[in-house]
Design a protein around this ligand. Structure first.
Ligand SMILES: [Zn+2]
Length: 357
């Protein structure tokens, strides 16, 4: 994940800038100013900033559609190679992914069109020659937007065109197969583009771009594989088992002792065979309550807890924890309390699954 510091917030979405982008703009300012003077350097920097504003608008378009489907957008980060909108989770349905992806390129085509129409109108008004205006900064911004729009329409990962292609394939198969097939098609296209870049454009940069895109496609496949794995695993695999259980009339001291001796989940409170509450770690260890350990547990327990059905998959539950910011929740299977699932237990399970620590 690419980090960055926040510069503003639009529609509730934090917009961040990665340091690589600032260095890039600084470098181009320096090179251009040294070659052609301060004015040229400043012009280059302004064009760069304007292009990244356009990229931010492009990412905002993706984000607004994403949010319309109830998926949270954690932020938009602008970096060296463009923009990334960080979504809380992948879309559930092919049509959602299709609509999220497809709105990207038209944004850049529209910006290009507006600038060109403005310049054409301006040159007609001042009786100037339209073609003479082609080397000015606005025209450069228009042309870069056109290039971004065209490049993003290529049906290969990680471009918008690749996501559109996956969405269309996904309609007739599952997400993982669609992702793998899209990645295969992407890589064939990338090799062709690389060959074109070397032999026609005579650019070795093309090879670097192809390598980068190749790796980004691999990341798409790994994300799809992780999602598919979670869809096969029952939630009961990732829960804490053997959590101590309390009665509502137990003194708070008992729960405090459990938490003090390394119990890492909130404690279920059971009365007459029924789950009546959850004693939250942070409530039980509150400073004022530490001084009153003889109070009964029912005064402090959380009665508004959510129960998790033990037949659900880890994918469904992990998504719900993220979406609803759930706290530790009891897992019920066949009307019986079988464990407690929490963000900690899910993360611990996932990290052991993927080998990242
Ligand atoms: Zn896009």
């Amino acid at each position: 994940m690419i980090g960055g510091f926040q510069i503003c917030k639009i529609a509730g979405i934090p917009i961040r800038i990665n340091i690589s982008l600032i260095l890039l703009i600084g470098l181009f300012f320096f090179l251009s100013a040294r070659e052609d003077g301060l004015y040229a350097g400043l012009t280059t920097a302004v064009v760069f900033v304007a292009v990244f504003v356009c990229i931010a608008i492009h990412e905002l378009a993706h984000s607004l559609v994403t949010m319309a489907f109830g998926i949270k957008v954690r932020g938009i980060t602008l970096w060296l190679l463009g923009g990334v909108a960080q979504l809380d989770r992948l879309p559930d349905k092919p049509y959602q992914e299709l609509l999220i992806a497809i709105v990207g390129p038209p944004v850049n085509f529209a910006i290009c069109g507006i600038i060109m129409i403005g310049q054409w109108a301006g040159s007609a008004f001042s009786r100037g020659n339209f073609l003479q205006s082609l080397d000015n900064p606005l025209t450069m911004i228009a042309m870069i937007n056109l290039t971004i729009g065209v490049f993003n329409s290529i049906p290969a990962f990680p471009m918008d065109g690749g996501r559109v292609l996956r969405a269309i394939i996904w309609w007739s198969t599952d997400f993982l197969r669609a992702t793998r097939l899209t990645n295969t098609i992407s890589r064939v296209l990338l090799v062709l583009l690389g060959i074109l870049g070397i032999f026609v454009l005579k650019s070795w940069m093309a090879v670097l771009v192809v390598i980068f895109l190749w790796m980004a496609g691999g990341a798409e496949v790994r994300a799809a594989e992780a999602k598919a794995a979670l869809e096969r695993i029952p939630v009961t695999q990732a829960m804490f088992t053997g959590c101590p259980v309390l009665s509502p009339y137990d003194p708070l001291r008992l729960g405090q002792q459990y938490f003090g001796s390394g119990t890492w989940c909130d404690l279920p409170v059971i009365y007459d065979g029924r789950l009546v509450g959850m004693l939250r770690r942070q409530d039980a260890l509150r400073a004022d309550l530490q001084l009153q350990p003889d109070r009964p547990t029912y005064e402090t327990m959380d009665r508004e807890f959510v129960t998790i059905d033990g037949t659900q998959t880890l994918a469904t539950v992990a998504e719900r924890f993220q979406r609803d910011r759930l706290r530790d929740s009891p897992v019920i299977l066949d009307n019986r309390l079988v464990g407690v699932i929490s963000p900690d237990s899910i993360n611990a399970y996932l990290s052991q699954l993927t080998g990242h620590h």
